[in-house]
Design a protein around this ligand. Structure first.
Ligand code: SF4
Length: 380
């Protein structure tokens, strides 16, 4: 029984501050609201698949504010009521071919010919089998899918799906076996289709998953298959994007209004540390923009993860907490102490981070969070 294993997953909801920050997420798994993806595929849009990416993005941006408004009106209804209303205006077949979710799928599959899903912008032709900087081709490869009991208390039990490949190259990666050092040839022909993914969601929800949690590596290289799976999915749980958030602005525009909750990593608060330790140029610029986009365009519900690294409290941890506090409307941060040397660090790279964070470093960061009044303890 998961509620015995993680009593805090129940008791955490007694905190009013948490209830206020995660209203949408909570009401979906309580059955009071519809997940966003289900409404996106009932929202009628007109588009011509043969148009260019730029033209289709313009159409997408034309519909985005209208979808947001419509979502507010419909999200607390039963799906049958929304369907009845939608199908009274347009035939079911017409909606199936011309909906907001389908527009996103078409866009993502076009971008895949010169991939720009993440800020690496490596332009690999993944649609024709080329492999990107993230290490994967145009297919999605699932490493494992199971009920995760180790996530933050509001998130468990979480139906977590781990994908191979990653858009950043953290030299201390603790999942390097699925992020970087996998042999893609071994998995050729064993890729996971959009329909397979939709079946996985069903199976995970049958096992009491409170959400579907997309992670890796990083889920970004797989977003075309994940969004396509939403055309078939039937589950009534929140969809959760669990990512390093190193996505391009275009990717964020496409994803931001269909995910219900986000688990964004915020590792560094400057571009230099990110380039040095994670080979992620312009990281801080991208992360600031993307976090604001979750609030401006999406549900605005998230649990930020910040991994405290040795020697990085002054240059990264403290400035991240300050930025979050000053720039986001509903900050909720998991201050993580579990950094340990792994991957390239154990092979001799960057000796300055070849240790766990000291107690004094963790104290410094946590005290700063308290001093500025951040809400963090119940999710850390
Ligand atoms: S997701 Fe992969 S292929 Fe696409 S831009 Fe990023 S690194 Fe390149």
């Amino acid at each position: 029984m998961w509620s015995l294993l993680r009593k805090d997953a129940m008791t955490v909801w007694q905190q009013v501050e948490l209830q206020d920050r995660l209203v949408h997420y909570r009401e979906i798994f309580q059955g009071k609201r519809l997940p966003r993806y289900k409404l996106a595929r009932l929202f009628h849009v007109n588009f011509d698949e043969s148009k260019s990416i730029e033209e289709l993005m313009n159409i997408h941006e034309h519909y985005h504010p209208k979808f947001k408004e419509w979502l507010k009106e419909k999200q607390e209804l039963k799906i049958e009521e929304v369907e009845k209303e939608v199908f009274s205006k347009n035939k079911e077949d017409e909606i199936k071919e011309n909906n907001y979710l389908k527009l996103k799928v078409v866009l993502l599959n076009k971008i895949l010919f010169a991939c720009e899903f993440c800020e690496n912008m490596c332009h690999a032709n993944r649609a024709e089998g080329k492999i990107g900087v993230c290490g994967v081709d145009g297919k999605a490869y699932v490493s494992s899918a199971f009920i995760h009991m180790g996530e933050e208390s509001p998130i468990v039990p979480s139906g977590t799906i781990f994908f191979y490949g990653c858009t950043m190259h953290c030299q201390f990666c603790q999942n390097f076996d699925i992020s970087h050092e996998f042999n893609l040839d071994r998995y050729k022909g064993k890729d996971t289709s959009a329909v397979d993914l939709a079946r996985m969601y069903y199976s995970l929800v049958k096992q009491n998953a409170r959400n579907i949690n997309f992670v890796g590596g990083d889920p970004t290289p797989n977003m075309h298959v994940i969004v396509e799976s939403f055309l078939d999915a039937q589950v009534n749980v929140p969809m959760l994007w669990n990512s390093n958030m190193y996505l391009t602005e275009t990717s964020m525009k496409i994803l931001s209004d269909i995910f219900d909750i986000w688990l964004p990593d915020m590792k560094y608060s400057n571009n230099d540390c990110a380039a040095k330790y994670s080979k992620a140029p312009k990281y801080w610029d991208a992360i600031q923009r993307n976090m604001k986009m979750i609030e401006e365009r999406g549900s605005g519900e998230y649990v930020i993860r910040h991994l405290v690294m040795p020697e990085h409290t002054k240059c990264c941890s403290i400035p991240i907490l300050d930025w979050v506090n000053e720039n986001l409307k509903t900050p909720l941060v998991n201050i993580m102490a579990q950094y340990h040397p792994d991957y390239k660090i154990l092979r001799g790279q960057f000796p300055e981070i070849n240790r766990r964070p000291k107690t004094s470093e963790m104290y410094e960061v946590r005290k700063h969070a308290d001093d500025i009044g951040l809400y963090w303890k119940s999710v850390s």
